[in-house]
Design a protein around this ligand. Structure first.
Ligand SMILES: [Fe+2]
Length: 342
């Protein structure tokens, strides 16, 4: 396939093609294209598709279906999202003032989607660069060897405290347990948890503490080998605090400090399998490198990007004004993640 190479900054380059996605999707050409698209994504880390001509989520969903993008469920996902149909979701409904740093999708779980795709319906105004990316091959290479050696072969578990949608007001961007588990029925929730190796603890106020299954720090990519692939440092109070300071959310800094002093266990975070916290110095080290390597990019109206979820991390910068971005999560053809095995 003919493509140009786009420089995203900070050492990340990805192939880019021009492709009209407004026409018929059921053509032999589209099926031929499918193999070429996934080959590029698997080897180069992603593919940017420009001049698609699409203006809403329907043709985006149809395009993904035409290349047999095998949708991955978002059950257990942490980000507030709305499903638009055909496996397409709002990218995130976190408040615009909050930065969501680059991460490999759902890597707080042990099974992750192989691919993540975004469609930009309405870019933020004034060229605000809200699409954040990191080349994770370079990031893994740049992590200190000493830190890598301590986390190789280890796992961390995400502990979340989720309120009930039936109690109390929700702050924007906070998920209820009903939303997170996709059910309002406690017995059904228990079954979902059992299948996934999660431990549930119901509190008197109908809030729920979920301790999710141990998830690996390193995973093996089928072409590129061992990669750092976890949100263990992202979902951590040290990161929340540094983000809040950088975003200028001083009320959040104060609230976080109070909660950390009084009831630290209620802060959502990833713990090591033995129940210990991740040392603050390791989180600081990860954070500094993440900031150094994270590039800021602006997808334009109608553009679609497909990323290999292990090779390129994605995030969203804080912004002002309107912005419409949609996402889909996918697996390789077989329906099984080929990146699962270590
Ligand atoms: Fe994400």
């Amino acid at each position: 396939m003919q493509y140009e190479t786009v420089d995203f900054g900070k050492g990340l380059t990805l192939p880019c093609i021009q492709l009209d996605l407004t026409g018929s999707t059921d053509t032999p050409a589209r099926r031929e294209l499918k193999a070429q698209i996934y080959h590029l994504v698997d080897t180069k880390g992603g593919l940017l598709i420009r001049n698609t001509g699409i203006k809403d989520t329907r043709p985006y969903g149809e395009f993904l279906a035409s290349i047999e993008f095998s949708h991955h469920s978002y059950v257990g996902g942490t980000s507030p999202r709305t499903e638009m149909g055909s496996g397409v979701y709002t990218a995130t409904e976190l408040p615009p003032s909050v930065t969501l740093h680059s991460h490999q999708e759902m890597s707080y779980l042990d099974t992750i989607p192989d691919y993540v795709s975004f469609y930009c319906e309405l870019p933020p105004n004034n060229g605000q660069k809200t699409n954040l990316f990191i080349d994770m091959r370079k990031f893994t290479a740049n992590l200190p060897n000493e830190l890598k050696s301590r986390y190789r072969g280890r796992r961390a578990r995400l502990q979340r405290t989720l309120k009930s949608s039936e109690h109390g007001a929700f702050s924007q961007g906070e998920k209820s347990w009903q939303e997170a588990l996709g059910t309002g029925d406690q017995q059904e929730a228990a079954l979902i948890a059992q299948e996934r190796g999660w431990e549930l603890t119901w509190k008197d106020d109908d809030s729920l503490v979920i301790l999710q299954e141990p998830a690996r720090f390193f995973r093996t990519h089928l072409i590129h080998g061992e990669l750092w692939c976890t949100q263990a440092m992202l979902i951590n109070p040290v990161t929340y605090r540094r983000d809040a300071v950088r975003d200028g959310r001083l009320a959040d800094v104060e609230k976080l400090d109070q909660v950390r002093a009084k009831v630290p266990d209620t802060i959502n975070q990833m713990f090591l399998e033995n129940g210990n916290s991740i040392p603050d110095t390791d989180v600081e080290c990860w954070y500094d490198l993440m900031l150094e390597m994270e590039t800021h990019f602006a997808l334009e109206q109608g553009e679609v990007i497909i990323l290999d979820n292990m090779l390129v991390a994605h995030g969203r910068g804080a912004f002002e004004g309107p912005r419409e971005m949609f996402a889909a999560l996918g697996n390789r053809d077989s329906g099984e993640s080929t990146m699962g095995a270590n």
